[in-house]
Design a binder for this molecule. Structure first.
Ligand code: 5GP
Ligand code: MN
Length: 343
């Protein structure tokens, strides 16, 4: 990894100036975003750097067990303090996102910052807004990349059990527990190194996954009941409307992963999930193999992400969004059929 080595050398030289560092991640931080931030933060802190984590908004309770969690500053709850810190910082580190707009309420502060910027991210088509960009779309997770970055810096010995659990969590969640095709032999090697540092994988899995709420199951019932299967397009579509959310007492995070149920249906190559959020419909797309949902979400739903997992939004209502989706997909009918026939 020559590119990473030369990047690490440049970062090391810059860190010699003892910059104040802010670690940020994307809006609605997930396991990979939170795990990578905490893993990197813990190491930088041990090294004596002035470092803070600022996340755009709060994250799910099933990630709050991670070490240093109580030190995270939530931007939309502490805008004044967070902005002040960002204005003062000399280095911003952007984890698990590739464009300031993915940081939601922090976008303006990021754009306004005079600090040097480092991106570590595995999403496709990174924007050119950083001084240093470590982008690798073949990587399983930003957590895996943070591990490689720490390795290039010569700091993996500083990853203790608690930090290893944070980094391991992001790798496990972003790979669907080592199932997705982005899981490489090296991903397993990194996981193995983290396990050897004492990660209790069963405990981590239980804290992350055995946290279903009653409202989540009520919503899942409705989501599965209303699932539409577009046979000819090998597509499954799940939607929840505002009423569903209200009647089932929706809480943030309740619908995480619902889209995967559509994809697990036999013969399905593409799954979509939609529900209201922030006055729009939030969409999630998942595909199994080579159907590129990043490209699709970008083209039709102002979104993006990865080849097999992407999101977007729609200003139409559910019926209108389904019609738009149906029409957009008709151009891909042959491709989807060929993929379904291939396995
Ligand atoms: P999810 O469907 O779980 O919300 O997101 C799947 C992937 O797509 C994640 O990696 C997420 O960062 C990305 N993603 C979700 N929504 C958007 C969006 O509106 N725009 C872009 N560019 N990426 C998104
Ligand atoms: Mn990620």
């Amino acid at each position: 990894m020559q590119v990473l080595d030369s990047l690490a050398a440049e970062i090391k030289a810059f860190l010699g100036s003892q910059p104040e560092i802010i670690i940020t991640n994307h809006h609605n931080p997930d396991g990979d975003a939170v795990g990578s931030a905490i893993g990197l933060y813990g190491v930088l802190k041990q090294l004596g750097f002035k470092v803070k984590m600022v996340m755009p908004n709060d994250y799910a309770p099933n990630l709050k067990w991670m070490t240093h969690s109580e030190e995270v500053l939530i931007f939309d709850q502490n805008e004044g303090r967070a902005t002040e810190l960002m204005n003062r910082a000399q280095l911003l580190i952007h984890l698990d996102y590739n464009d300031p707009k993915r940081s939601g309420p922090m976008e303006d502060s990021i754009r306004a910052s005079q600090a040097k910027k480092l991106m570590i991210d595995h999403h496709q088509q990174p924007s050119d807004f950083c001084d240093w960009t470590y982008s690798d779309t073949s990587m399983s997770s930003t957590c895996e990349m943070v591990y490689h970055f720490l390795d290039a810096m010569g700091w993996t010995n500083l990853i203790d059990k608690d930090l290893a659990e944070a980094i391991y969590t992001g790798i496990a969640t972003d790979t669907g527990n080592f199932r997705f095709s982005s899981t490489s032999p090296i991903t397993h090697q990194v996981a193995s190194t983290l396990l050897a540092k004492g990660v209790e994988s069963q405990k981590v899995a239980s804290r992350v996954y055995d946290t279903n709420s009653f409202s989540r199951f009520q919503l899942l019932g409705r989501a599965l009941n209303g699932m539409e299967v577009w046979d000819e397009l090998h597509t499954a579509v799940i939607s929840l409307n505002a009423n569903d959310l209200k009647e089932c007492n929706f809480k943030k995070g309740d619908t995480e992963g619902f889209v995967n149920y559509g994809l697990s249906l036999e013969g399905i190559e593409l799954a979509a999930f939609m529900m209201p959020r922030d006055g729009m419909l939030k969409l999630s797309f998942r595909s199994k193999t080579t159907f590129d949902v990043n490209q699709f979400a970008r083209q039709y739903f102002k979104g993006g992400g990865h080849r097999n997992a992407a999101g977007g939004s729609s200003e139409l209502d559910i019926a209108g969004t389904k019609s738009k989706l149906l029409e957009a997909l008709s151009a891909y009918k042959n491709e989807l059929k060929a993929l379904a026939d291939a396995h």
